[in-house]
Design a protein around this ligand. Structure first.
Ligand code: FES
Ligand SMILES: [Fe+2]
Length: 333
């Protein structure tokens, strides 16, 4: 590992790939600087350290035969339990194993954990399993950001005017908005009482009159945005932030929308088309933040009146307590 990761991140469960994306070839991933490989053995996903015990070659550069992964150098094969099952050219098999990591399949994703003793699987948003909604995934390439800054960015309502002008908020006069904030050991939530036709281009086209928007933090690595009209949920975006390396994060975006507005393929197309420029804008500012921090090293961040959820992200990700707290704020958004 290339840095001291916050304890709840280091010990946490992280997705590595969509289950339905796994096929006959091994998939290489990086998790907190550790190389891992995924493959299917008898139809079940297996995750191992991506290092052959023989001479340390990457197993992900090999192939899968008979449910075992074969190293590209001398062809040693390792089964789903990590044990070596074949040394080509010999009847003998040494008692060596590749290290196998635990696997959980949730929300259609294959998750693993690098901790010696994995903690219980974290709480996932219930909405991801709601059969009454349409769901789709949006998998994008990793980009430069610090993990906790990426999570905070998603849940921060005060940057869109600057980073996403026209897209999410209007550029005219701001409106007063009551915000209910709930914090606690299980996460954080901020409910913005909007009660108006949203002003940005995207919400205008997709939603009409918005009643509330909600930002939620599910520790340690999940952010969720939910937008509601008086007909209920219009769209929700859940993002799972995976720390691939220092300053390199791969987000898994899961969209959930109300049925009946439009066919799922059309919503998928429209939401991706609208969110791509937003993603690029956020990626740019988060990469700039990485650069800025290089000049200053570890600095303490000031906490402003609109930083409703960020401090809870820092606390819980670092294994520090978050007291139960309910309060209201007025913001002009
Ligand atoms: S390095 Fe893997 S089999 Fe030799
Ligand atoms: Fe943003």
């Amino acid at each position: 590992m290339s840095e001291a990761w916050p304890v709840a991140i280091a010990q946490g469960w992280h997705p590595l790939a969509a289950l339905d994306a796994l096929g006959s070839k091994p998939v290489a991933r990086r998790l907190m600087g550790t190389l891992v490989v995924l493959f299917l053995s008898a139809g079940k996903p297996v995750v191992m350290l991506d290092r052959c015990p023989h001479r340390a070659l990457k197993l992900s550069d090999g192939c899968v035969r008979g449910g075992a992964i074969a190293c590209p150098y001398h062809g040693w094969r390792f089964g789903a339990d990590g044990r070596c099952v074949e040394v080509p050219g010999s009847d003998e098999v040494p008692a060596v194993s590749a290290r196998v990591l635990p696997v959980e399949i949730r929300a259609g994703l294959v998750w693993t954990c690098l901790a010696e003793t994995p903690p219980p699987f974290p709480r996932l948003p219930a909405l991801l399993d709601d059969p009454a909604l349409d769901h789709f995934r949006w998998l994008v390439a990793p980009s430069r950001m610090r993990l906790l800054d990426g999570i905070e960015n998603m849940l921060d309502a005060s940057h869109p005017h600057y980073v996403h002008p026209w897209f999410l908020r209007g550029t005219g006069k701001r409106r007063a908005m009551r915000v209910e904030v709930s914090l606690g050991p299980d996460g954080a939530q901020a409910v913005y009482h909007e009660n108006a036709r949203a002003e940005g281009i995207m919400p205008r086209l997709l939603e009409g009159k918005r009643t509330v928007s909600i930002g939620r933090y599910f520790p340690p690595t999940i952010g969720q945005l939910e937008f509601r009209t008086d007909r209920g949920l219009s769209v929700s975006l859940t993002a799972i932030f995976v720390p691939e390396d220092t300053d390199l994060v791969r987000p898994y975006a899961l969209f959930s929308t109300r049925r009946g507005i439009a066919p799922n393929w059309l919503k998928r197309w429209v939401l991706k088309a609208f969110n791509l420029p937003l993603l690029r804008q956020d990626q740019r500012v988060l990469a700039d933040q990485v650069e800025a921090l290089k000049d200053w090293g570890a600095v303490d961040f000031a906490i402003g009146p609109a930083d409703l959820i960020g401090p809870t992200v820092w606390r819980l990700a670092n294994g520090r307590p978050q007291a139960v707290e309910q309060r209201e704020a007025i913001l002009y958004l």
